[in-house]
Design a protein around this ligand. Structure first.
Ligand SMILES: Cc1cc2nc3c(=O)[nH]c(=O)nc-3n(C[C@H](O)[C@H](O)[C@H](O)COP(=O)(O)OP(=O)(O)OC[C@H]3O[C@@H](n4cnc5c(N)ncnc54)[C@H](O)[C@@H]3O)c2cc1C
Length: 283
């Protein structure tokens, strides 16, 4: 590594990344520094994003929440934000340790896009759209497109995640993560559920079962028929386990050193049933 810069604006950050081919952005460094320290990466330059004001903070705009890429896990789980996007806050709270939550960011979670990146299933269930800015200008990309079928997110050369847009919804949201211990545990399986009572929308996604979060559309469609939308309840207690079974049936989980596929399938079924039980009572 022979160059480092600390841009003070988004324009400067994009320019700095374009100026040195092979330069990498660094936000909290909780993923990037691990790779650099392990000798897996030797970037030609690093561009630190910490002082880029356009990446900071969050706002509410036209029924949506706009989340700056530099928001840390700790900021995402702050009560003011948690009340607007509960599944995202629950996912942020489930991450690592306090040290990691204080510096690790939303933009870094998307930039790494590991199967175990905990914000991604919650963002997928919410139907998130990512705003990016690069040398060729601005673009908006649904998160699912950015992550589809690749090891790395489909960012263009020199492109940065600036913010993420999620709809504000009225209704319950849940995120459940299972690891091999309670804290500081890479995710073995996770499940996110978003129920929008006003628009009769259901979003659910499983994490850590495939390279990218899996959106569970068949289970969503079935659940939409099993909810009494007027009162926000499910028809009978059998709906919970049935939902879990349908979710599991739609998955073809990976089999790796963290857990066998059969275990992941079982765990996701339990998480889905539990998330729905927490979200909606019976009629
Ligand atoms: C001990 C430990 C425990 C952890 N536990 C968890 C966990 O439980 N759950 C979890 O999800 N993650 C976990 N992580 C991983 C990590 O904290 C997250 O992935 C975090 O979101 C990374 O954010 P960062 O700001 O540190 O990213 P960085 O390390 O700075 O960057 C990561 C990648 O994203 C790119 N990047 C950063 N910002 C942007 C941007 N705005 N636009 C485009 N690209 C960008 C970088 O170039 C790099 O490729 C853990 C890490 C550690 C070290």
């Amino acid at each position: 590594m022979n160059l480092a810069s600390m841009p003070r604006s988004l324009d400067e950050a994009v320019e700095a990344l374009s100026a040195t081919p092979g330069a990498l952005a660094i936000a909290g460094g909780t993923d990037l520094m691990v790779e650099i320290n392990a000798g897996l990466l030797l970037p030609r330059a690093v561009v630190a994003l910490a002082d880029v004001p356009e990446l900071a903070g969050w706002t509410v705009h036209e029924g949506h929440l706009l989340l700056g890429a530099n928001l840390t896990f700790a900021q995402l789980s702050h009560p003011d934000l948690a009340v607007l996007a509960p599944a995202l806050a629950q996912a942020a709270r489930a991450v690592g340790s306090p040290q990691v939550r204080n510096v690790g960011t939303l933009g870094g979670n998307i930039g790494t896009a590991a199967p175990t990146s905990d914000l991604l299933p919650a963002l997928t269930a919410l139907g998130a759209v990512v705003t990016c800015r690069g040398p060729r200008g601005w673009r908006e990309v649904p998160l699912g497109e950015l992550l589809a079928g690749r090891r790395r997110p489909a960012l263009l050369p020199g492109e940065l995640v600036v913010s993420v847009r999620v709809p504000l919804t009225r209704g319950p949201q849940e995120f459940i993560k299972v690891g091999r211990r309670n804290a500081l545990a890479p995710t073995v399986a996770s499940f996110a559920l978003v129920i929008d009572l006003d628009h009769r929308y259901i979003g659910c996604a499983a994490g850590a079962v495939a390279p990218a979060p899996v959106r569970l559309t068949e289970a969503e469609q079935w659940l939409a028929t099993a909810i009494d939308w007027v009162v926000g309840r499910v028809a009978d207690p059998g709906v919970y386990d049935r939902f879990g079974e349908l979710v599991a049936r739609q998955l073809d989980p990976v089999d790796d050193y963290r857990a066998p596929a059969a275990y992941r399938r079982h765990v996701i079924a339990v998480c889905a049933a539990r998330a729905l039980r927490r979200a909606l009572p019976t009629r």
